[in-house]
Design a binder for this molecule. Sequence first.
Ligand SMILES: *Cc1c(COP(=O)(O)O)cnc(C)c1O
Length: 329
Amino acid sequence: MGQDHGIDSPLALLPTPLDPCPVPLPGGAALLVKRDDLTGLGLGGNKARKLDALCADALARGCDVLVTVGGAQSNHCRMTAAAGARLGLPVHLVLGGPAPGALHGNQLLMDLFGAHLHHAGIHDWGALAARSEALVAELRREGRNPALIPIGGSTPIGASAFAAAYEELLDQLDALATPVAAVVHTSSSGGTHAGLLAGQALARAAGRAAPPVLAVAVAKDIALDVRYVTDLADQTLAHLGSHLRVDPADVEVDGGWVGEGYEVPTPEGDDAIRWAARHGGWVLDRTYSGKGFSGLLGHARAGRWCTGDTVVFWHTGGTPALFTPDGAP
Ligand SMILES: *Cc1c(COP(=O)(O)O)cnc(C)c1O
């Protein structure tokens, strides 16, 4: 895809492996882990897929600088910084929270990749988005042509990469001849969920077995908004040239694992990090994939799946945040 649009080699290393867990889940179901922590770009994560599509679009529009925005330990900002390094584009990042005394985890990497870090001193998503728009206006006044990538890269273009990712998973499952009871993933800005739903609608229309998607929310706003996710999935289908629409009955978001809020660790998330580390050697984080996996374990313990079932956990990454002062469970 990248080659058509001016990216010489794709940013994401695909397909990512589908890794079987050596032990069953509580309740007896088998677990497969879709290793999007291994997408390669700047230590990996789900945003590499979106950035291939988003950066191809930015280059096609003649943009000469990337601007994006996220939380203090944003994986999306870290991978956008790496994408800019790969493509020779300067990158400006508007980050939540104050400037830290020392850079850790994702911020250390953003700086290493040569990005300009703008510590906004605030946390409100709307205010952060406004800050990034002001920065874009300033860059325009300086004669630049900036590409503004919204929080999480969750536009129809970014989400379209996860429609392709769903198909990538189905191809791997075909090779294993394994029917799957659920595809479970961590959801924040909604693009991963919307893309997977678009991929599910396309697969079903093509007559393929299309396993249900269960999104585990790690923030209280967008991820929980079923209407928003459905609309984004429909816009993603339209972007892909499809007239299909997502059935709202297929949109399942579990908001029961957020705890107090985004970036606030939960005991269940910390337990899930330890479970994954000790049973499969997988590294999850406290803000995203640990909470997402805590939802999967919670449903497994409650009996949603049992012996004979297979469940896929989509490991969306997030590992650099472990190496921050409050990052370890
Ligand atoms: C961004 C991110 C997510 C959520 O993806 P969205 O498309 O924003 O919902 C999940 N896990 C990790 C590690 C992320 O960085």
